[in-house]
Design a protein around this ligand. Structure first.
Ligand code: ATP
Length: 770
């Protein structure tokens, strides 16, 4: 039998939320795949010093790590590793421990060091032999070193991946702080200049600007024009004239002007406070290390876990010829990419900034970055940029409507859509309270269901939860299709922008099918999926689902703590999600559930029996500190018979007092209060794309609308792309109408990951990456 492969993992560089999730996933996946797992403590310092800083890890050593902030195995900046002598020592320690594969989670510096180490490995071994530290026989089994990188960094500064592990947690911290500051800014009518991290990368500042609707931002990749002082004061002045009582300016640490001169928060504050100018009472808040603090948000836990699993697979599959890779994410897809190309591209951004070639710097960032930059500019300089205006004849009257239950990000989507419309000269119209509200509006008896948007009112919606224009589940057929068609004609709508969940999907299916009968329905219609259940065909992500997952994750963290603190206890938590197990599964991934029950899989007595047996085993083996509570997540519709209470009762009965069991139902808390940063940012980006899509049809294009299937389309993130899919295609190919969900559930592989990492018996990892 081949000797067990020994894989070591470490965290290096600046810490980031989610690093513990990486280590948990790597340790458990390695053990699951029959390898020995080692952790190198204190980054490269541990590798150079060796000894007790390199430790073998067991399955239970990483229990509960998903819910811990920072990195529990430590990180450090190690000067010795920059030198060959340090790396020689590191190679020696690796061989002493029999380690021949390394997974490193860190920033571009750490990954550069890793690649150098791998490239030098043969010559380091030669030197260890020539200096008689090892014999040739001793090094023979370690001739090849496999290395895989994972990007853990709050800045999101590595090219080639849309998100680094930790960046969404840091963004969340920033948005929380800005939301807090806004309340006091508004009370005193003050301006706040907020400095955020990002020396060479403005991702945090940019996304915070998008998510909070900040008045002005400064990022290193795209310095403002030389007249930035006048530009900023002009925008702030305009917002104040419109009636805004607060001003928020976000400055990235590395902000500078086009000449490379640093722009400091103090410079900005002085400008805003200048008595001869705006004379606004202005303050500075430097967020600092708060941004690295706290536990990881749901997205980072998912990314950490899935990428950790992928890293172990990659390291095991690597051959001496394989180029060193790192694990990236493109939109919604986990992929392997060449490491050094990404590091070179990242360095090229810094070099381009240094050389004042800002167009190049922007082009080297990923597509989402420039999309979001455009989104930001469109939503803050509303009606200021006259170049954006369309000729009179192309301006459309667009109805905005929310359908279904509220979901985080709905308001941000409406706000962004309105901003874009106003910039283009369109007429955005609010339709209040879904189709039910629309239908109650009788032509000569207006009930206020339809009205033009007012920018000042909408501008404050970036961070608001719920649905400001109101939402309703009623379908057009229930309101009366003829009536709806007449209203659309009466209001002269040239397009509809619908934000909502499965009901919204159903609604536009009905509108599409009724077009032959009612020509007024021959207008372009775009749906932006928004539902916590994430069950709309045509997308792998609906806005609101991330907010829900964050709520569920923090709820479960608290419950788990209570379960551990009291006595051995299993909590069975019922999640929402309709007939889709997405929310339960992803929450399970984020909290390390022992089992997840989904409607797709159902629940059987055998399954329950196996899970009870498994729980008995784990509690029997729990010792000391590792005596932690366990969670089981059950979707509200996983079974007609076995609900959370019954499952908890069965477990308690079978546990024979060896452990406890309780059920818990978070209910509507899952809809979330303040929408998550990710939901807000994605809402803005996707909403603008939806209005752009409607624009491609223009007004009065009835014939084209009839012929072109994309005239009724759903915007979605699918794998590595953002796409519009025609409703007709989705209805025919990917809609499970009775179960109100897509036929294809892209996340089933994630369910397998939850099962394997939760130690659930008889499960294996998905063959393909996710
Ligand atoms: P962050 O994004 O937080 O800055 P980072 O990984 O880029 O993370 P660095 O301080 O650049 O952080 O690198 C961490 C460690 O990686 C260094 O202390 C050093 O030990 C090692 N390292 C970095 N660059 C190299 C290099 N070129 N050669 C060898 N080792 C390196």
């Amino acid at each position: 039998m081949a000797p067990k492969k020994k894989i070591a993992m470490m965290t290096s560089g600046g810490d980031a939320q989610g690093m513990n999730g990486v280590i948990r996933a790597c340790v458990r996946t390695a053990i699951h795949m029959g390898c020995d797992a080692f952790c190198v403590y204190e980054g490269y310092e541990g590798l150079v010093q060796g000894g007790d800083l390199i430790r073998k890890m067991e399955w239970h050593d990483v229990r509960g790590w998903l819910s811990e902030g920072g990195t529990l195995i430590g990180t450090a900046r190690c000067m010795a590793f920059y030198e060959r002598a340090g790396r020689l020592q590191a190679a020696k320690n690796m061989i002493l421990h029999g380690i021949d594969a390394l997974i490193i989670c860190g920033g571009d510096g750490s990954l550069t060091g890793a690649d150098k180490f791998r490239a030098e490995w043969p010559s380091l071994l030669e030197e260890l032999v020539s200096t008689k530290q090892f014999t040739r026989e001793q090094i023979e089994p370690h001739k090849h070193l496999n290395i895989v990188g994972l990007v853990g960094s709050i800045d999101n500064d590595l090219s080639g991946t849309d998100a680094t592990i930790g960046c969404y947690s840091a963004l969340t911290r920033i948005c929380e702080m800005v939301d807090y500051i806004e309340a006091t800014a508004s009370s005193h009518s003050r301006a706040f200049v907020i400095e955020v991290m990002g020396r060479h990368c403005g991702w945090l500042a940019l996304m915070a600007g998008v998510a909070t609707g900040a008045d002005f931002i400064f990022i290193p990749e795209k310095p403002r024009e030389d007249n930035w002082r006048e530009e900023m004061c002009g925008i702030v002045q305009k917002h104040r004239t419109l009636g805004k009582r607060k001003t928020i300016v976000i400055v990235a640490e590395g902000a500078h002007d086009r000449e490379g001169q640093k722009i400091t928060p103090e410079m900005v504050r002085e400008l805003l406070a200048d008595k001869s100018g705006l004379a606004i009472d202005s303050r500075i808040t430097t967020l600092g290390h708060v941004q690295r603090g706290g536990v990881a948000v749901a997205y980072d836990r998912m990314l950490a876990t899935l990428q950790g699993v992928e890293a172990v697979k990659a390291v095991l599959e690597a051959t001496p010829e394989t180029e060193t890779c790192f694990i990236a994410v493109t939109e919604n897809k986990i992929v392997r990419k060449p490491l050094m190309k990404a590091v070179e591209d990242t360095k090229a951004v810094a070099a381009a900034i240094e050389a004042h070639d800002f167009d190049k710097a922007m082009s080297l960032r990923d597509a989402e970055f420039s999309d979001q930059y455009n989104s930001y500019m469109l939503t803050t300089t509303v009606q200021l940029n006259k170049n954006m205006l369309l000729p009179e004849k192309d301006r459309m009257r667009i109805g905005f409507i929310n359908v279904g239950a509220p979901a985080g990000g709905m308001n941000a989507a409406i706000r962004a859509g309105v901003a874009y419309c106003l910039s283009r000269g369109h007429e955005p119209m609010a339709i209040h309270n879904g189709f039910a509200g629309f239908a109650r509006h009788h032509g000569d008896k207006p009930l206020g269901a339809v009205r033009a948007f007012n920018w000042l009112e909408v501008d404050g919606w970036a961070s608001k939860g719920g649905s400001e224009i109101g939402t309703n589940r009623e379908l057009p057929s229930e309101s009366g299709m003829e009536h709806i068609a007449n209203l659309i004609e009466q209001y002269r709508f040239d397009g509809l922008f619908i934000v909502g969940g499965f009901e919204a999907y159903h609604a536009i299916s009905q509108l599409r099918k009724a077009r032959d009968e009612y020509p007024s329905l021959c207008i372009p219609i775009a749906l932006l999926p928004a539902t916590i259940s994430n069950n709309v065909p045509g997308t792998e992500y609906s806005i609101g689902s991330d907010t829900c997952l964050n709520e569920l994750t923090s709820y479960c963290d608290k419950i788990k703590q209570s379960a551990s603190a009291t006595r051995r206890r299993v909590f069975v938590i019922e999640t929402q999600g309709g007939r889709s197990g997405y929310v339960a599964t992803l929450a399970g991934l984020g909290v390390g559930a022992s089992a997840v029950y989904t409607p797709e899989e159902g629940i059987s007595l055998d399954m329950l029996a196996a899970d009870v047996r498994h729980l008995k085993e784990v509690f029997a083996h729990d010792k000391g500190q590792s005596r932690a509570g366990r969670l089981i997540l059950i979707n509200e519709k996983a079974s007609k018979v076995y609900n959370a209470k019954l499952v908890a009762d069965i477990i308690r009965e079978e546990a024979h007092d060896r452990f406890e069991s309780r059920d818990s139902i978070p209910g509507h808390v899952q809809q979330g209060g303040v929408p998550s940063a990710m939901d807000r940012c994605r809402a803005v980006r996707l909403a603008i794309k939806c209005i752009e899509h409607l624009e491609t049809f223009g007004k009065g294009a009835h014939n084209r609308v009839k012929k072109d299937p994309t005239s009724t389309a759903v915007i979605g993130i699918k794998g590595a792309s953002v796409v519009f899919t025609p409703m007709k295609t989705l209805e025919e190919e990917d809609t499970d109408w009775p179960n109100r969900r897509p036929i294809s559930a892209y996340w089933t592989g994630m369910k397998q990951v939850v099962d394997v990492l939760g130690g659930r018996p008889k499960y294996d990892l998905p063959e393909q990456n996710i």
